[in-house]
Design a protein around this ligand. Sequence first.
Ligand SMILES: Cc1ncc(COP(=O)(O)O)c(C=O)c1O
Length: 387
Amino acid sequence: MTPLDAYVGNAGEFPVLDRWTYMNHAGVSPWPARTRRAVVAHAEQFGLDAFMSHNAEADLADCRALLATLVNAGPDEVAVVKNTSDAISMIASGLDWRPGDRIVVPAAEYPSNLYPWMDARDRHGCELVQVPEVTMPDGTVRTREEDLIAACDHHRTRLLAVSHVQWASGQRLDVDQLGAWCADKGVLFAVDGIQSLGVVPTDVKRSRIDFLMSGGHKWLLAPPGAGLLYCKRELVERVNPPVVGWLSTVNPWRWEEIDFTRRTEAGRFETGTQAYLPIVGLRESLRLLLEVGVDAVNARLRTLGDRLAAGLAERGCAVVTPRDGPAGVGGAVCFTTPRAASDALVKRLREHHRIELAARAGRVRVAPHFYNTEQQVDAVLAAVGEV
Ligand SMILES: Cc1ncc(COP(=O)(O)O)c(C=O)c1O
């Protein structure tokens, strides 16, 4: 039995299994039992001793180190932040934009990965180029890597920002290909990893990623309120976000000595007192995922996703998530059915079958995690087949 097998269908470790067929991990995830225990223990400790028995710096350093391991970064390249939006904004508002700089994004991005770049456009006169999604002959929907590269191929392009996995189509982009092209041309490469981290092996060095941002509350199985900002070591001091605090500086604990010298590692993106409840939860969920192994998680989701995609096609549904090709797969399978609107279908499955999916952009998004069972996948297929 592999470490992963021990969790499949294990309601002791994933109590949600007893109550729901829960396949909305691309939305907000339930917490593993051990994560809940870690958060509760932290709350109890604070009730008894306030901060006296809490080693805040150690908790933060642990979390940073685990995040660094997850994405193959150095701990000095990782800041623990609140969510994806804060992390993207930190970079978008901290770069030294010049009027006419081009920023390229897929048009179908989640708003968190558009608005901060729109803000850079509006404040600094950058040009924002949005690359449309296309429907392929097989019915799948993609933002093509070649279209992104063609849009970037311009002497004023400063930055390409993409989600590793798209929120509403489930497409996994080939970040190795995009990162290599950007590195070759001197274009900065920013990746929103909230739809991929935890289920898609991610290596910032191999993929030549300059900035990687993610909250912890989706596939990382952590409480909302803690996440990652990775910034490549050489770029840390080139980013000067307008938000700062005592913890952004080199001598934060010498309160009496005012010394506004900013840290030179990614910790400069941390501002003040951290949200330790979600951080201890994120730490525990990261330990679990690293024990199981993200490669194994991805292989498991390939198995569950293939079963879903085949079963949906048999029932006359159109699968829009690309599943073949060099980029590999993420965790979600998105589809449409001519027999029901996506929101009505999601509501029906929740109310009649205790199946939790999501309706996004006119599609149904099925997002299982590694602990879901084949029987649960079959239950989803049977319920979809009824309409
Ligand atoms: C691609 C993507 N980015 C960002 C977010 C959310 O970001 P945040 O962590 O700021 O809530 C989501 C989902 O809610 C998402 O799908």
